[in-house]
Design a protein. Structure first.
Length: 129
């Protein structure tokens, strides 16, 4: 169960019987990757390392600047995205995956494979049906 805390994003409400409010590792992972865009941001940074904000936005059609900025801040706070700011004019900021972000992305690969398989099966079913 989650509740929205204004200005903080999603916060997990402690569940009875668990010290930190987590029942298993999946709920912990879902706190980091929850929502439509975070796994796509992970994928984009895996496929295209060291990206600037505008480049990431172009890689993710449909995401708003506000959502991308918010998710990048949350993912940085969760330790899966690294933000490097260069002291240049104009300012330059690059985003990349941390080691934890790379491991998380690798953990999501079986889920991606399942999705590709499901998409293929559904497409074949439509063609033969």
């Amino acid at each position: 169960m989650s509740e929205h805390v204004e200005g903080v994003g999603m916060a997990t409400v402690n569940r009875p019987g668990t010290a930190d409010g987590h029942a298993c590792g999946i709920d912990t992972a879902m706190e980091v990757i929850g929502g439509k865009w975070k796994v796509l941001i992970l994928w984009a940074l895996h496929e295209h390392p060291l990206r600037r904000f505008g480049e990431l936005r172009r890689l993710l059609p449909g995401i708003t600047e506000k959502v991308l900025a918010s998710h990048l801040r949350e993912m940085e706070a969760d330790g899966v995205v690294r933000r490097v700011s260069y002291d240049e004019v104009p300012p330059r900021v690059e985003y990349s995956l941390t080691e934890a972000g790379t491991r998380l992305n690798e953990a999501l690969e079986p889920l991606a494979a399942w999705g590709r398989d499901r998409s293929t099966v559904r497409r074949l079913g439509e063609e033969t049906g």
